[in-house]
Design a protein around this ligand. Structure first.
Ligand code: ATP
Ligand code: MG
Length: 369
């Protein structure tokens, strides 16, 4: 009966794979089946999509509905497929012309009220779409600036499903108010040390990192820092409490050269998957600084976790500085796991769903009293 397809992107680490979202409506008992290796968070998509469509003033098809995500072999995780699934269903039900969405790549989570909510990893997803030859993407409005960093792709940022339906049907686009939590930082991420975070975040467009200008004396340590920055040498800082180890390590990132355009995209992609990009300023163009506590867990340092895996500290410090204060206090397993990124510039995390590779090329600074 009704069939429609559109595209979305599955993330494997910081690499995206374009996924075709197909919806098929057949006469029969009303049911909604989702196939194509979805994980738990994606299976919940069915309930979000149904509620969002109904609450956007559309009718839910009372038929046998099958939504397939292919290639089925790629593990899919997270809520970013919601928007693609909703549009494929609406097109199969002839509410949207199927041809208008066939070449679009859609990324976004749906709220039950039909709001389109931001997801992690929009930049790598849009990069993958561009590599695969797609020219138009639809993303949550709040991540439109991030998606626009990719050259050659036209980006449509939307606030609600209702807006998207109107745009696709050439109808008058309804005004929608901004989210109440717009711009509010994620409380879970407040403690993460990231580029210029907390220290010397400048007023100019580019982040300004602290440098050696406010370090008094310490000529040997300053020279060591400069040699480390110039030659890309790892550093070991030893000194009594209060000697300035933390202060010096924080300033190393400020001595490193600005990131090139390519490096900026790499670093921004990692931070996008980690969900720590500030809303108004998506491009990370300064070397990041990351200083995990010695009690941090293995996944938080190396990467991993359930669902859509998060990059660890070694990847958040990619192209920047990783400072391990009180280095001997870190567990032996964590220190051992540092060998791979130190040697190869990336880290491979094996999980039940497969193996993912994350960039992790950083300057290591060890601190010890
Ligand atoms: N050479 C210096 N010039 C200016 N300020 C300094 C210098 N050395 C230390 N300080 C100041 O002293 C304070 C303590 O420095 P810091 O926290 O870097 O020491 P630390 O060696 O990391 O100590 P701990 O072992 O307790 O972590 C900071 O506020 C820092 O700004
Ligand atoms: Mg310290």
């Amino acid at each position: 009966m009704g069939f429609a397809r559109t595209c979305s992107v599955a993330l494997v680490g910081v690499e995206g794979v374009v996924v075709e979202v197909q919806a098929d409506l057949e006469p029969g008992l009303a049911a909604f089946t989702l196939v194509g290796l979805p994980d738990k968070s994606l299976s919940e998509s069915r309930d979000r999509v149904r509620a969002a469509i109904v609450n956007s003033g559309e009718t839910w098809p009372q038929k046998k509905l099958t939504v397939g995500l292919s290639p089925a072999s790629v593990p899919k995780s997270g809520s970013g497929f919601d928007l693609g699934v909703a549009c494929a269903v609406l097109a199969a039900n002839e509410r949207i012309a199927p041809l208008t969405i066939a070449d679009l790549v859609m990324i976004g989570e749906l709220g039950l009220d039909g709001r389109v909510r931001p997801v992690r990893g929009v930049l790598p997803a849009v990069l993958a779409a561009a590599d695969a030859g797609y020219r138009q993407v639809v993303v949550p409005e709040r991540t439109a600036a991030e998606a626009s960093l990719v050259p050659g792709v036209s980006v449509l940022g939307i606030r609600t499903l209702r807006q998207l339906i109107a745009i696709l049907n050439d109808e008058a686009v309804p005004e929608e108010t901004a989210d109440r939590d717009e711009g509010r930082p994620d409380p879970l991420l407040a403690g993460l040390a990231v580029p210029g975070a907390g220290i010397g975040t400048g007023v100019s467009d580019r982040q300004v990192l602290p440098d050696l200008s406010d370090v008094a004396g310490q000529h040997t340590a300053r020279r060591a820092l400069e040699i480390s920055a110039a030659g890309g040498h790892h550093l070991y800082l030893k000194g009594p409490p209060g000697a300035g180890k933390t202060m010096l390590a924080e300033r190393l990132a400020g001595l490193l050269p600005r990131l090139t355009a390519q490096e900026s995209l790499e670093v921004t992609a990692v931070h996008s998957v980690a969900g720590i990009l500030p809303p108004g300023k998506p491009l990370v163009d300064t070397p990041p600084y990351c200083a995990p506590h010695h009690s941090a867990t293995m996944p938080s340092i190396i990467g991993g976790g359930s669902g859509l895996p998060r990059p660890g500290a070694v990847s958040l410090a990619h192209r920047g500085v990783l400072f391990l204060d009180e280095a001997p206090e870190f567990s032996g397993r964590v220190l051992d796991a540092m060998r791979q990124p130190l040697e190869s510039g990336h880290v491979v995390v094996a999980r039940s769903a497969g193996v993912m590779r994350l960039p992790a090329r950083f300057l290591l600074v060890l601190g010890c009293a």
